[in-house]
Design a protein around this ligand. Structure first.
Ligand code: ZN
Length: 175
């Protein structure tokens, strides 16, 4: 049983937030108060600017924060755009610009890429986060707070609805 209580958001607290994420007024992502996003504060589970804005907040607090790319999903990096031989794709004929592909590298690490261009002999993939380079706005409500347990602190993430997803990849913390 946890003996400490969590009254406000600080490192080592598992926080549940409802939020709407918008870019230029267009909704990109959201979590409702019924199914809040749970994360471990201070463990870089969420973008740095949002984590910073949440520090010291209490249950019921609502706020809006607009973040530059450096405090959110990072700058768009041309180096994350790769041209790959068409022969490397068994299903190359079905690939079209704008598609999102899930790829596995030599180490078995899965990553998403956006198909930028389909050429005669190659396919151009963009590995940047879709929100890289964007100014993002979060409208947030703090829904739940609780102290993290020892296992959560050791793993560096909250164990809740996200548990399976996190723990599938044991190398997550070593990235
Ligand atoms: Zn875990």
């Amino acid at each position: 049983m946890a003996t400490t209580t969590a009254n406000e958001i600080k490192n080592g607290v598992v926080v549940g937030i409802a939020y709407v994420l918008t870019v230029d007024g267009v909704e990109m992502d959201e979590a409702s108060a019924n199914e809040p996003l749970e994360y471990l504060h201070g463990a870089e589970n969420i973008v740095p600017g949002l984590e910073k804005a949440l520090t010291g907040k209490k249950i019921g607090d609502k706020f809006s924060v607009t973040l530059q790319p450096a405090d959110a999903y990072g700058d768009y990096d041309e180096e994350n755009v790769d041209t790959i031989d068409r022969d490397d794709f068994p299903d190359a004929d079905s690939i079209e610009p704008g598609m999102e592909l899930l790829l596995e590298d030599e180490d078995g690490y899965m990553m998403e890429a956006l198909v930028k261009e389909v050429l005669d002999d190659a396919i151009v993939l963009d590995f940047n986060d879709p929100l890289a380079g964007k100014v993002v706005t979060y409208d947030v409500e703090v829904v739940t707070l609780r102290p993290a347990d020892e296992e959560e602190l050791a793993h560096g993430h909250a164990h809740s609805m996200m548990e399976d997803e996190w723990d599938e990849d044991e190398d997550w913390d070593e990235e």
